[in-house]
Design a protein around this ligand. Structure first.
Ligand code: ADP
Ligand code: MG
Ligand code: ZN
Length: 469
């Protein structure tokens, strides 16, 4: 048997207003081609880059959140290569002194080690159409973080999970939308096989994967392919591969440039940027609660570990939950249950995101509290949820429609008697010990009370009336 060894290189687009080294607007997604360009990002002679302070700050936020070491000064290097969508013929990047080195991200009780993370600029986009190539340079020069892990991951599933965690982290930090569908999170994956306990095997790199699903599929395919090669007693050849979505297969791309081909040298147009420790302190102090800290806090509030994890790593849910918790009306686990089961189910059914509805943390907290205080049954609470998505207030709905629990046992006994009279056969079955028939009677009472009776009370009254139990 072989063990897979996986390392990831993740590209994240930073959510700055302007590009990395010029004043052009950085948002490229959905914009008319070549409308966000200037002499700097087009690489025209005589133009000079100026570092975007916000991009540096965002990079530092990530470095500090991951516990990476940050150098005294930020140094930029030129990475030289020719490509039509790279008008300068070089990319401003970082080389031997990246913005962050070391650090880790918690995953499944372990720490996935971070090798480095650095700032760089993105290239433009080439569009290949009917034998012609069109260029859109809106993206050229927009700020990126490249984050490289140590080869600490071992399954395709784990690789996907790692990316989702990074996505949750940068969204929580507010530094990147990290939306793969907009090209704002892309990954290259490196994978090799080895027998457990042996040294690292020869790796291949699969370039430019732009969805979580393709990361997982490409790795699954590649692990199968390498396993077959090794089983035949052959060797895996080092390679740079692409992934074809349609066939689900990897294919050789090009012979990979060696580092020397890039002729890295310090960027002469950009003096080193000092990174004063006081600035780092300030940024560290401004970091929001990180997902793994949230997870621990939720667990401390008594939320089940599995639920705490999902909530903490889904920023929209975590934000909502925190606001609901702050009201102190409903218990943490009950809110977690409602969010993860009922609300999530309803949203999935309607193809909506939480923030696309008018459900407020306050409305959900009140609904859950009504249920927890025993003022409405779980059935009633659930039927009100769709209306809460439309912005309705649960207490008003319960009041207007008289949906409070029927707690008057006298009234309930009358309904029980009616139902027993209407369903004599079921009643007889229960008397003979066939308790399954009790469910039918119970259902009927619930229907006649419009779900407002507590099932456990109705059950007791039914058994009493039947002289059973
Ligand atoms: P290269 O110089 O080939 O780009 P790096 O050392 O920069 O290689 O590592 C690139 C990525 O490949 C990192 O994420 C690293 O963890 C991963 N990696 C390195 N060696 C291996 C290996 N043998 N198997 C799987 N992944 C590896
Ligand atoms: Mg590399
Ligand atoms: Zn520009």
């Amino acid at each position: 048997m072989y063990e897979a060894v996986i390392g990831l290189e993740v590209h994240l687009h930073l959510k700055t207003r302007t590009k990395a080294f010029c004043g052009c607007e950085a948002e490229y997604f959905g914009q008319a081609p070549n409308t966000h360009t200037c002499p700097v990002c087009l690489g025209l002679p005589g133009s000079l880059p100026v570092p975007n302070r916000k991009a540096v700050e965002f990079g530092l936020k990530l470095a500090l959140a991951l516990g990476s070491r940050v150098p005294e000064r930020l140094l930029f290097h030129r990475k030289n290569y020719f490509y039509p969508d790279l008008p300068k013929n070089y990319q401003i990047s970082q080389y031997d002194l990246p913005l962050g080195q070391g650090g880790s991200l918690p995953l499944g009780g372990r720490a996935v080690r971070i090798k480095r993370l650095h700032l760089e600029e993105d290239a433009g986009k080439s569009l290949h159409l009917e034998g012609r190539t069109l260029l859109d340079l809106n993206r050229a020069g927009s700020p990126l973080i490249e984050l490289v892990t140590e080869p600490d991951l071992h399954t395709p599933e784990e690789a996907r999970l790692f990316l989702q965690r990074i996505q949750a982290l940068v969204q929580t930090l507010g530094i990147s939308e990290a939306s793969p569908e907009e090209g704002k999170l892309r990954a290259d994956v490196n994978v090799s096989l080895r027998r457990p306990g042996e040294g690292l095997g020869t790796k291949v790199e699969i370039k430019n994967l732009n969805s979580f699903k393709s990361v997982q599929r490409a790795l699954e395919y590649e692990i199968r392919r390498q396993t077959e090669i090794l089983r035949r007693g052959e060797r895996v050849k080092q390679a740079t591969l692409g992934f074809e979505e349609g066939s689900g297969k990897t294919y050789p791309m090009r012979t990979k440039e060696e580092e020397a081909d890039y002729r890295y040298f310090p960027e002469p147009d950009l003096p080193p940027v000092p990174l004063p420790r006081a600035w780092l302190q300030e940024i560290r102090a401004s970091l929001p609660e990180l997902p793994w800290e949230k997870e621990a806090r939720y667990q401390g509030l008594g939320i089940k570990p599995q639920d705490a994890e999902v909530l903490a790593y889904t920023p929209a849910l975590a934000r909502f939950l925190d606001q609901a918790l702050a009201l102190g009306e409903a218990s943490p686990q009950a809110l977690a249950n409602w969010l993860l089961a009922d609300v999530a189910g309803l949203l999935r059914e309607r193809g909506l995101a939480l923030e696309e509805t008018r459900l407020t943390p306050k409305a959900l907290a009140r609904l859950v509290a009504l249920f927890e205080r025993g003022e409405v049954t779980s059935r009633v609470a659930k039927t009100l949820l769709p209306e809460l998505l439309e912005g309705q207030d649960p207490e008003a709905l319960v009041r207007e429609r008289g949906l409070r629990v029927v707690a008057d046992e006298g009234a309930l006994r009358r309904v029980v008697a009616e139902v027993l009279a209407a369903m004599p056969e079921a009643a007889e079955s229960v008397r003979q010990g066939k308790l399954k028939a009790l469910e039918a009677l119970l259902g009927q009472v619930m229907r006649r009370t419009r779900g407002q009776a507590k099932p456990e009370v109705v059950r007791r009254l039914l058994l009493e009336a039947l002289g059973v139990g």
